[in-house]
Design a protein around this ligand. Structure first.
Ligand code: ADP
Ligand code: MG
Length: 679
């Protein structure tokens, strides 16, 4: 058996772990021995320091050596047995409920010195310990530090400890996988030492360094897997595509504005990839409204001019359609573009599939349905995925396989990711950043307002509409919910309809697709002035004429989500505003979050703050990413270790050494199936 095989065995192979206990552990996501021994004790009970009776602290667990002075075993039922003990500084009683005299005489022999550890109580002027469990005439037999595990139903601390002890009995000696430098940084603690000390420490205050060693392993394994995906992706050479440098000029003429410096830079980086022998596997990241679409369309056209096909995937049909229309507007005269959605009629769909397979379509826009097995491309040269965070790592990996050896991959995301998360989420990709926004943009003005002052908001909106601008009004839930006091979009729609003579649209989750698209189209074509909506409009769609977004119960949204929503306005040259409504009682935390949003339009900064306030588990996009969350590592608390791991990965990549020494590490930290395919 390999070292890691024992660790990856089911816990039920351990002595004392039957079916029922195993299923209780499973409820806590503890399936394997490795899962079990990575359980961090929730606390340590330290019995190592002895004290004297006069220095005892009531309510604390303390250890003292005492002389057994006298038994007091009352003959009356229900009265506890008492043993009076003392040291040279005072008296302490041991109280026993439901214990036999014989047992008491045995553990506390009269006249003898006994070391005892337990929670100190105080009753009628005397210190006492009730039903002491840690008693011995031999001081050394008292376990100095006890690990306490956070419990799950049916698993007592005693059973937890026993199971861990059982698992550690056969703990295999792992060969060191960390480099000497890193090991040095981590206090030269081996994996085995870390595990053993975690559960059986000699001191309670040096746990941090043992846990850090384990955390680093976890981060490094994640990064290594990402790095392997990238390497594997690039290993196979492709035919370089030629780049048409006049395209940018052509596009600028068509759309009527100049591209920003960052957009130019992004195009150059992508062009270099497209024109190289290695396949592109690149993330184009830029805040909402930074102009990623046009960059991707230029890349698409370059690939098409090389007589390859392009597949452009968006998370919603309406967004796919918008990209499709823009592309047609710019390149439509010469290029054969198609849109494939759920609404495409059967006959039409069949034709499109046939044309794709016969290379009669140059570029196709659609949702993830573009990557169904039955859709075959004759000569796919580029896959573009918009709003990638809606899709996730697995889809990304599938995608990279779909294209074949000459296919480049470009994914886009507007979700700014804090630096420590970059390697975790996108470590398998190269990254291009668009930092600046188009110059004609005005900062979106953000206001917070008590819902009681809704009349002010109505006045404001009236002015906007009179100036021929459009409004988003966001409500969090569809219908009145008793549980959560969210404002319903239907109620709000009726309310606004009563006030405004203008056209108002309503969009929420239970409106069917066709109707939804119709409403969005009407809004796009300025046939609707106010669009009341739940958060369904969050993603990507471009409404240049919308200048104001009102968000109700704004404190119920995450910061990054609010920023994404706010990004729906301010896309044209007009002054835009975002009004964050709240009900009067705001928590301290909510107040802080809204303040951050008011103070900056910088999505990256907001993401960092969001991370600090809510923890990384809630980070927009992280949960959807399909990537498992860490067991031990925390991108906020362990930022230094993330940075260290990132440096180490670069070193490992540059050295280009045999990776077999990381085998056990990679096997232990799940996703081993991916590794199997790669190494
Ligand atoms: P995102 O990066 O969020 O996908 P889009 O690509 O949808 O942003 O662009 C947002 C808006 O900005 C669109 O209306 C687009 O036409 C416009 N835009 C893009 N680039 C520029 C530019 N360089 N100058 C002015 N407007 C631009
Ligand atoms: Mg976009």
């Amino acid at each position: 058996m390999n070292n890691y095989e024992y660790l990856l065995s089911d816990i039920s192979i351990l002595k004392g772990v039957g079916k029922s206990l195993a299923s209780k552990f499973r409820r806590k996501n503890i399936n394997t021995i490795f899962d079990l021994i990575l359980s961090i004790p929730s606390k340590y009970i330290d019995r190592s320091l002895e004290t004297k009776i006069k220095n005892l602290h009531i309510g604390k667990i303390q250890t003292i050596t005492i002389r057994v002075e006298k038994y007091n075993f009352p003959r009356i039922k229900n009265l506890p047995n008492k043993v009076i003990c003392s040291d040279d500084t005072g008296r302490l009683d041991c109280i026993f409920f439901n214990s036999y005299e014989g047992y008491i005489r045995k553990i506390l022999p009269l006249g003898k010195l006994v070391t005892i550890s337990g929670k100190i109580g105080f009753f009628r002027g005397k210190y006492q310990i009730t039903n002491p469990t840690h008693v011995s005439t031999d001081k050394n037999k008292i376990k100095k530090i006890h690990s306490n595990y956070s419990l799950t139903e049916g698993v007592s601390d005693k059973i937890f400890n026993k199971t861990i002890k059982e698992a550690l009995k056969k703990l295999p000696k792992m060969n060191e996988w960390l480099s000497p430098n890193i090991l040095n940084y981590l206090n030269n603690i081996s994996w085995n030492d870390a595990i053993l000390n975690l559960h059986n420490p000699n001191k309670t205050n040096d746990q941090k360094k043992y846990i850090e060693r384990l955390i680093f392993d976890e981060i490094l394994s994640t990064f290594l897997i990402n790095s392997n995906i990238r390497k594997n992706f690039k290993k196979k050479n492709k035919i370089p595509k030629k780049i048409n440098i006049n395209l940018v000029n052509y596009v600028e003429n068509q759309i009527g504005f100049k591209l920003t410096e960052d957009q130019h830079k992004a195009i150059t980086e992508i062009n270099n990839d497209i024109g190289s022998k290695q396949r592109m596997f690149r993330l184009l990241q830029g805040d909402v409204g930074s102009g990623k679409t046009i960059v991707s369309l230029v890349s698409a056209q370059n690939v098409i001019l090389n007589k390859y096909q392009v597949a452009f995937m968006a998370p919603t049909e309406i967004l796919a359609k918008q990209h499709f229309s823009l592309f047609k507007k710019i390149f439509g005269k010469t290029i054969k573009a198609e849109l494939l959605t759920g609404k495409t009629q059967y006959k039409e769909k069949k034709k499109i599939l046939n044309y794709l397979d016969n290379n009669k379509i140059d570029i196709i826009f659609g949702t993830h349905s573009l990557f169904q097995k039955k859709i075959k491309f004759k000569k796919l040269g580029l896959i573009i995925v918009d709003e990638q965070h809606k899709f996730g790592v697995n889809q990304r990996k599938k995608l990279s396989e779909k294209g074949g050896s000459n296919c480049d991959v470009l994914v886009m995301s507007a979700t700014p990711i804090p630096r420590t998360m970059m390697m975790t989420l996108y470590g398998d990709m190269d990254v291009t950043l668009i930092k600046s926004k188009p110059k004609n943009r005005k900062e979106i003005k953000t206001y917070t307002k008590d819902i009681n002052k809704i009349n002010d908001v109505i006045k404001f909106i009236k002015k906007e509409i009179n100036n021929d601008n459009q409004i988003f009004w966001i409500c969090p839930l569809i219908e009145e919910s008793k549980k959560i006091d969210h404002q319903s979009s239907i109620v709000r729609y009726n309310y606004l309809t009563n006030i405004f003579k203008h056209k108002i649209g309503l969009l929420h989750g239970s409106i069917d697709k066709e109707e939804k698209d119709k409403i969005l189209n009407n809004f796009l074509e300025n046939k609707i002035n106010i669009l009341v909506s739940t958060t369904v409009i969050e993603v990507g769609i471009d409404f240049p004429n919308a200048t104001c977004i009102v968000i109700e119960d704004s404190n119920k949204f995450g910061l990054s989500q609010l920023h994404q929503l706010r990004g729906r306005v301010g896309r044209g040259s007009k002054q835009s505003s975002c009004i964050l409504l709240y009900k009067s009682s705001l928590s301290e935390n909510a107040r802080k979050r809204l303040k951050i949003l008011k103070s900056t339009n910088d999505g990256f900064l907001i993401a960092e703050e969001d991370l600090k306030l809510r923890g990384y588990g809630d980070l927009l996009g992280f949960q959807q990413s399909g990537q498992k969350t860490f067991r031990l590592a925390d991108p906020i608390l362990n930022e230094d270790l993330f940075v260290l791991a990132e440096k180490e990965i670069k070193i490992i990549e540059n050295e280009n050494k045999d990776l077999s020494k990381y085998n056990s590490l990679l096997k232990l930290y799940d996703r081993a199936d991916i590794v199997n395919e790669l190494i």
